[in-house]
Design a protein. Structure first.
Length: 344
């Protein structure tokens, strides 16, 4: 006969815990439902954050450009060293071959000089340190052996230099990869912020940009200030021909530019070589204050985060940031002016 048991009743304590938990869950759900939605950032807030991200991206781009420049330099230096090593090895082989021919001639004549026997042994380097003390060597042989010894030392140094530069190149390539990720991350974050704006807010920002700058089709009043120098005048004239071309991180012309890429390109057209990044361009001339600026001077903003060419009448010709083009713009709208540099 089957037995029947009464279902076990939950204890009073367990019922109390369950009831309290359910009540808490209901209360939290109610609070979540009644909570005010997260406040959407204003257009001005978005604009400020986007500009800050662009400044950060500009600094990272400058370091990226510096790493790329260093990589190219190291690759050329390594190639030169390797060519020198290959050439030196050929010369060393020829010198050794000459000693070998001398040994063969002595062997055919009835004997081989003990000094040459030692040189051709398993440890010629050790012999080279002892060779000068052996009376059997002729002056010509001594000279040949000294050349071999010097060539071996030179090759060893060059091989060590190449090894060190290869290690430096590997570190530089790693830095390059990191900086590329940083730039891409900053630009993606800026775009994400811009995507939070409505169509009307984006239109308002575009209108604000138009008021702050001058596009390629508008006449810009640059006044009649005398240029800093013939080179400065030529650089500014060259940059003017690039108005309307897009800003691209890492761009150095002639189809696109970042800020320091434009200034470097412009001065190159004037026959003056300046360095690639804002961090190094600040040292390519004499630092000057705001009141001393003349057309053609380099002007730096935002803690070396940006550079352009002073164009006169408080205007700057520059490559602003992603999504914009090379343009004239009032110094007052670009950011915090740092100093100018007059390229000699």
């Amino acid at each position: 006969m089957a037995s029947h048991r009464r279902p076990k009743q939950p204890s009073r304590a367990r019922v109390t815990v369950l009831t309290s938990a359910a009540a808490a869950a209901v209360a939290l759900s109610s609070q979540a439902a009644n909570a005010a939605p997260a406040e959407k950032p204003s257009k001005d807030d978005v604009q400020a954050k986007v500009h800050k991200l662009y400044e950060d991206a500009g600094r990272a781009t400058d370091k990226l450009n510096g790493a790329e420049e260093k990589q190219e330099k190291l690759e050329k230096e390594i190639s030169t060293i390797q060519d020198n090593v290959a050439k030196g090895q050929e010369e060393l082989n020829e010198l050794r071959e000459g000693i070998g021919l001398a040994a063969s001639a002595q062997y055919r004549s009835g004997g081989i000089d003990s000094s040459i026997q030692l040189f051709l042994s398993a440890d010629p380097d050790d012999y080279l340190d002892k060779a000068a003390t052996l009376d059997q060597l002729t002056g010509q042989q001594v000279e040949a052996l000294k050349k071999i010894q010097e060539k071996q030392r030179t090759l060893a140094q060059q091989r060590q230099e190449a090894t060190e530069k290869l290690e430096d190149l590997a570190d530089t390539r790693e830095t390059l990869a990191d900086k590329k990720k940083e730039v891409q991350g900053k630009l993606a974050a800026a775009q994400k912020l811009l995507n939070t704006l409505t169509a009307e807010e984006k239109a308002a920002l575009d209108e604000q940009e138009t008021r702050a700058s001058r596009d390629a089709g508008e006449r810009v009043d640059l006044g009649n200030e005398a240029p800093a120098s013939n080179w400065g005048a030529a650089a500014l004239a060259a940059a003017d021909t690039q108005v309307g071309k897009p800003y691209v991180s890492g761009g150095s012309g002639p189809n696109s530019y970042d800020c320091s890429g434009l200034t470097q390109w412009a001065y190159a057209q004037a026959g003056v070589s300046i360095s690639r990044t804002t961090y190094t361009q600040q040292n390519d001339g004499t630092k000057i204050g705001r009141d001393a600026l003349k057309p053609g001077d380099l002007v730096f903003f935002n803690d070396l985060g940006h550079v352009g060419l002073y164009a006169g009448n408080g205007m700057v010709l520059h490559a602003p940031y992603p999504g914009k083009v090379v343009r004239y713009e009032s110094m007052s709208t670009i950011g915090s002016f740092q100093f100018g540099v007059r390229v000699a």
